[in-house]
Unconditional design. Sequence first.
Length: 120
Amino acid sequence: MGLVHVSLNEKPYDITCDDGQEEHVAYLAKVLGDRVTALAETVGQVGESRLLLMAGLLVADELVDARAELDRFTGEGAVQGPGSDPVRLLSAGLTEEDLTQMLNGLAKRIEDIAERLKSS
């Protein structure tokens, strides 16, 4: 089991994860930490739980927007959530080229979100 030491709102946390996932978990913690820091600068220190809740809601909002964009790209109802997979998408009439375009679009969207997080 891997262990990652992170800091959110100047408080240390130890997070366990699968071996080999330490770098990814540290990156995710940094993204969330950046959002919490930006919120604390905007709304002040309203309490750790509230800051984490607000940051989580903002990240969830971005995820919902990204999923809606994916649905628009693939056609209404082609993607219905976390259970979506390439085999089901291919069986829905999408080609590998369509999937490549979709993944490139999602990668761009993720990069845009990461940029916004860096600047906030």
